[in-house]
Design a protein around this ligand. Structure first.
Ligand SMILES: [Zn+2]
Length: 634
C-alpha cells in the first residue's frame, strides 16, 4: 500500500490515553475494582432520559441517543456494586489513592497540580452511566514528555470514573450493561495536537504507557487502556476516534483515517467538478416495493412478505462514487450505510453502484432506475424496512450525501479491531460539563504533594540499568520487560522464588504473548497464582518446563490452586530418588551403547531420560545426576 507523506498532508494528531488504575476501591465508593463473569445477582431496568444540564442546555448528541427510545437492563453483583453505582445513594468522597497516583504521574510529567480538585459531570446518555453523566476532575495541567528529542506538551491529567460495560442487546430496544466496571478510576492524559505522523502517535502512546506503568498502580490486560485519537488534516475535518485498545493499532488507525479523509476530499472535488449542489438532492422518497414483490434477494423478500416497504432515493451525479474505496473494504456507500443504521435502525442499505448483487437481478435494477427517473451518472440508494425507519434511514443518507459534496464531516468514530473505524455519533456540542454538587472540592495541600514527590517511582533509565546489572538480563529482555506490564511481578517473583531471572522474564514476556495468541485468557490468572507457580519451581515441586502448561490450566479453571493444577496435569516433579531410578533403568537398557561410547554417551542418554521426565524434572538436576552415574560407570 502506498505510504502517505504526512508532512505534505499537514497531519495533526492529539492523543487521549485512558488507563484504569489498580486501586483498592472504586473512585466514589468502597466497592472493589474487579469484573465478574458469573450470572448477575441483581438486575434493574431503566429508561434513558436526557439530563437537563444545570446550564440549561441539552447536548445534541445525547438528545439523539435518547430519541432512539432505548431501555437499559443493568446487571450487578454485591461484591462489585453498591447503591452508589445504582444511583440510589450520593457518591462518597474522592478516592485518595487514585488522586495520589495521578499526582505521581503528573509530577513525572512536570505538570502543575491544581490547587483544588473540583469534580464535574459530563453528560453521557448512551446508558453506560446509571446517572446519565460521567464524573471527571482535572488534577494537573501543562506538563510535557520528551519523545525522540521532541517535547510533547501534555494538556491535562484528569481522573474519571469508568463507565459500565455493554454485555448485549435484547428484543424491544433493550441494551444490557454490567455496572461492575462503573466507577473504576481512570487516569486520562491528553497531549496537545502536535503529533505529525502515524509512527510518532504510536511512540508517544508507548512513552505515556511506560510512564504510567512505572507507578505500579495500573491495571493490565485488554480493555484496561483505551486510546482516543484526534486527527485532522487541513482540507479535512477534526475526527475523534474512540477506544483504540491495542497500542499496535494506533499507527494503523491514523494511517487509515488520513487515507479516508484524503479520499473523501477527492470525492468532494469530483462531485464539485460534476457540478452537483446539496439542494440538487430531491428529498422525495420513492416507494419501489412493487418492483421487489418476487425478488430473490432474501433480505428484501422477507421485508416485503412482512408488509414492510422498499423506499428509494436518487442521488444525482453520484454514480460510481458510492463504491469508491476509502480504506480497505470501506466505501462511501459504507459510510451512508452506517448513518442509515444509526438514525434509521435499519440493517443496512442497497445502492446501484454495487448492483446486480445479493440476488437482485439486472432486470429489477433497470426498473428501479426507471422508477427513480435516474440517469447513468446518478446513484440510487434503497432500503427495506418499516416506512418510518426507511424514511429516517434515507434522510440520513441524504444528509451524508450532502456532506460528501462539501468534504469530510466532523464525527466521533469508534475503532474496529482491524484499524478501521465506524460512525459512532455526531461530534458532541460544547455544553457538556457542569459541577458535581454532591462532592466537595478537595484541596491539594503542599504536605500531600511533598509526600508524593518524596516517593516517586524509580525513573525508567535507572530501572533499565538495574535489570541489566542486578538481574543480568540482556538489553533486549530488559527492554521487553519494561514495555510489558509485568515489571513488579517480575521483581517479586524472582525475590520470592529464587528462580533464575531469565526464566521468569522469558515467561512473563515471550511465553505469555504466545499463550495469548493461542487464545489462553492470560488476564484470568491472578498475580498471586503466578508467584505461586514460580515458588513451586524454586522449591523443586514443579519443573520450569511445566510452567506454561500449569498457567494455561489455571486460566481455564477459575478459583483453583497451583497444587490442584499440578495434580490434575500429573506434573508433580520427580523427587531426586525417583529420578535416579529412572536414570538407572535407562542406563541398564542401553549398556552396550554406553560401554562403546564411554563418556560420549552422555548426550544420547540425557535425551532418553529427558523424554521420560520432561515437564516433571529440572534438566540441570537430571544432567548432574546422570553425569555422576556415568562417571562411576566408565
Ligand atoms: Zn459501590
Amino acid at each position: 500500500m502506498e505510504k502517505t507523506d504526512y508532512g505534505k498532508v499537514g497531519l495533526k494528531v492529539g492523543l487521549e490515553i485512558h488507563q484504569q488504575l489498580d486501586t483498592e476501591t472504586k473512585l466514589f465508593c468502597n466497592c472493589g475494582t474487579k469484573l465478574f463473569k458469573e450470572e448477575p445477582q441483581i438486575t434493574f431496568l431503566r429508561r434513558l432520559r436526557p439530563t437537563q444540564s444545570e446550564l440549561g442546555q441539552i447536548d445534541p448528541a445525547a438528545y439523539f441517543e435518547f430519541q432512539k427510545g432505548v431501555k437499559i437492563r443493568y446487571e450487578a453483583n454485591r461484591e462489585t456494586s453498591c447503591l452508589v453505582e445504582m444511583d440510589e445513594e450520593p457518591p462518597h468522597k474522592l478516592n485518595e489513592e487514585a488522586v495520589q497516583t495521578v499526582l505521581t504521574v503528573a509530577t513525572m510529567l512536570n505538570a502543575k497540580p491544581v490547587d483544588e480538585i473540583h469534580v464535574m459531570r459530563k453528560t453521557v446518555i448512551d446508558g453506560s452511566n446509571t446517572t446519565g453523566f460521567q464524573r471527571t476532575c482535572v488534577i494537573a495541567l501543562k506538563g510535557e514528555l520528551k519523545v525522540n528529542q521532541k517535547t510533547i506538551p501534555i494538556e491535562h491529567l484528569s481522573l474519571e470514573e469508568d463507565a459500565a460495560r455493554k454485555t448485549g442487546e435484547e428484543e424491544g430496544n433493550i441494551i444490557r450493561y454490567r455496572i461492575d466496571r462503573l466507577g473504576m478510576p481512570l487516569i486520562e492524559i491528553a497531549t496537545a495536537p502536535v503529533i505529525k505522523s502515524a509512527k510518532e502517535a504510536e511512540e508517544v502512546a508507548l512513552a505515556i504507557g511506560r510512564t504510567l506503568r512505572t507507578t505500579g498502580k495500573v491495571k493490565r490486560g485488554l480493555g484496561t487502556i483505551r486510546q482516543d485519537i484526534n486527527i485532522s488534516i487541513p482540507k479535512g475535518a477534526l475526527i475523534e476516534i474512540k477506544g483504540v485498545q491495542e497500542l499496535e493499532l494506533i499507527s494503523l488507525s491514523v494511517e487509515y483515517e488520513v487515507r479516508r479523509q484524503l479520499n473523501l476530499i477527492r470525492i468532494s472535488e469530483t462531485l464539485q467538478q460534476r457540478g452537483v449542489k446539496g439542494k440538487d438532492i430531491d428529498e422525495t422518497f420513492i416507494d419501489v416495493t412493487e418492483i421487489f414483490r418476487q425478488t430473490k434477494c432474501k433480505v428484501i423478500r422477507n421485508a416485503v412478505d412482512r408488509n414492510l416497504v422498499v423506499l428509494a432515493i436518487r442521488l444525482p451525479k453520484f454514480g460510481g462514487l458510492l463504491k469508491w474505496e476509502l480504506v480497505p473494504n470501506f466505501r462511501l456507500g459504507t459510510e451512508m450505510s452506517d448513518r442509515a443504521k444509526f438514525w434509521g435502525r435499519v440493517g443496512g442499505i442497497f445502492h446501484t453502484d454495487e448492483m446486480p448483487a445479493y440476488g437482485i437481478t439486472s432486470e429489477e435494477v433497470k426498473k428501479l432506475i426507471q422508477f427513480a427517473k435516474a440517469e447513468e451518472s446518478d446513484a440510487v440508494v434503497f432500503v427495506a424496512d418499516s416506512a418510518e425507519n426507511a424514511q429516517d434511514a434515507l434522510e440520513a443518507v441524504v444528509e451524508r450525501a450532502r456532506e460528501a459534496i462539501v468534504g469530510v464531516p466532523e464525527e466521533t468514530r469508534a475503532a474496529n479491531p482491524d484499524g478501521t473505524t465506524h460512525f459512532m455519533r455526531p461530534r458532541p456540542g460544547a455544553a457538556r460539563m457542569y459541577p458535581e454538587t454532591d462532592i466537595p472540592p478537595m484541596v491539594i495541600s503542599d504536605e500531600f504533594l511533598g509526600k508524593i514527590k518524596a516517593q516517586l517511582p524509580e525513573p525508567l533509565p535507572l530501572k533499565f540499568q538495574r535489570l541489566v546489572k542486578e538481574y543480568a538480563l540482556n538489553e533486549k529482555l530488559a527492554k521487553q520487560l519494561l514495555d510489558s506490564e509485568y515489571f513488579e511481578l517480575f521483581e517479586t517473583s524472582v525475590r520470592e522464588s529464587g528462580v533464575s531471572p531469565t526464566v521468569v522474564v522469558a515467561f512473563l514476556t515471550e511465553t505469555l504473548k504466545a499463550l495469548k495468541r493461542e487464545g489462553v485468557e492470560v488476564e484470568g490468572v491472578r498475580d498471586e497464582l503466578i508467584k505461586e507457580i514460580f515458588k513451586g519451581v524454586g522449591s523443586g515441586k514443579l519443573a520450569k518446563e511445566a510452567v506454561s502448561d500449569v498457567f494455561a490450566w489455571l486460566a481455564k479453571h477459575e478459583d483453583k490452586t497451583v497444587e490442584e493444577a499440578i495434580a490434575s496435569l500429573g506434573f508433580k516433579a520427580f523427587s531426586e530418588k525417583e529420578l535416579e531410578e529412572i536414570i538407572d533403568t535407562v542406563i541398564t537398557n542401553n549398556q552396550t551403547m554406553i560401554h562403546k561410547l564411554g563418556k560420549n554417551a552422555f548426550g544420547a542418554v540425557m535425551g532418553m531420560v529427558m523424554k521420560e521426565v520432561r515437564g516433571r524434572a529440572n534438566a540441570v538436576l537430571v544432567g548432574e545426576l546422570l553425569r555422576k552415574k556415568l562417571d562411576s560407570l566408565v
